[in-house]
Design a protein around this ligand. Structure first.
Ligand code: SF4
Length: 253
């Protein structure tokens, strides 16, 4: 998932004619080394580590609700639903008092409106009970692990949602794995085909330097959308083809 305000915008530049794709270095390489090599190549193309998108909400609860809305829909529908929600009730206090059917109507563009409306109100209720206000700004002070533990305890909040809020809205190190990142990691050969998104996230957080999480995450998403597409990946134009098991250039660990 890519929060709003960030669209795929860069031109895909295939390797220059006749240029050989980058290849893994010789010698014993750990999985961390291989991931770092691939992230370097993606950064050279997409630049989100050097120029990270500013996606932070002033209130992390906004990011949390946005991510709840993103489940099983695309970014555009998610953003329309979130804007409708905030237009009608700029304060979460008012949204919480609006009632389930009113919330459901506001967020309908995101799909699964009854389920998501119920979930949003449950989350707001728990947060108010725990923080005595509709804000989780102070949660970041607990540090990454405690903040994640709390987010995961909220109704319907899974590892990806928690990681998005941590890294985008709290500035804490987490590596969310969505469908693009899962597909990319499996194809390149970082992980086995059957590995779940949550397991891939844990591996990336173990093997990647925390300073690379946000930019690396966005780079892979942009690459997954523009090049390593679900259908018809543009392997001939891909800067990491020399490392890719799917393309035949890499070695599964
Ligand atoms: S070579 Fe093809 S399958 Fe491999 S990462 Fe690039 S686009 Fe994806």
């Amino acid at each position: 998932m890519l929060p709003p305000g960030k669209k795929t915008k860069k031109t895909v530049l295939p390797p220059a004619s006749g240029e050989r794709p980058a290849r893994p270095k010789r010698g014993k390489r750990t999985i961390g080394d291989r991931i770092a090599d691939v992230l370097d190549l993606l950064e050279a193309q997409w630049h989100n580590e050097a120029d990270p998108p500013d996606l932070q909400h002033s209130e992390p609860l906004d990011g949390l609700i946005l991510t709840v809305l993103s489940q099983h829909t695309n970014d555009r529908n998610r953003d329309v639903a979130f804007e409708r929600l905030k237009d009608r009730w700029p304060l979460w206090d008012d949204a919480a008092a609006a009632g389930e059917s009113a919330i459901e109507d506001a967020i309908r563009p995101a799909g699964l409106a009854p389920t998501k409306a119920r979930r949003i109100l449950e989350i707001l209720g728990v947060i108010y009970a725990d923080f005595d206000c509709y804000s989780i700004l102070s949660l970041a002070d607990r540090g990454r692990d405690k903040a994640r533990e709390y987010l995961l305890s909220l109704p319907g909040v899974g590892a990806k949602t928690a990681a998005c809020v941590l890294v985008f809205d709290m500035g804490l190190p987490a590596f969310p794995v969505d469908t693009h990142i899962g597909r990319f990691c499996r194809r390149v050969g970082f992980v086995e085909e059957k590995m779940s998104a949550d397991e891939i996230s844990a591996l990336l957080e173990r093997e990647v330097a925390p300073s690379r999480y946000l930019g690396g995450h966005v780079n892979i998403i942009e690459h997954g959308r523009a090049v390593c597409r679900a259908r018809g990946p543009l392997c001939g134009e891909c800067v990491v083809s020399g490392f890719c098991s799917f393309y035949g250039g890499g070695t599964k660990l």
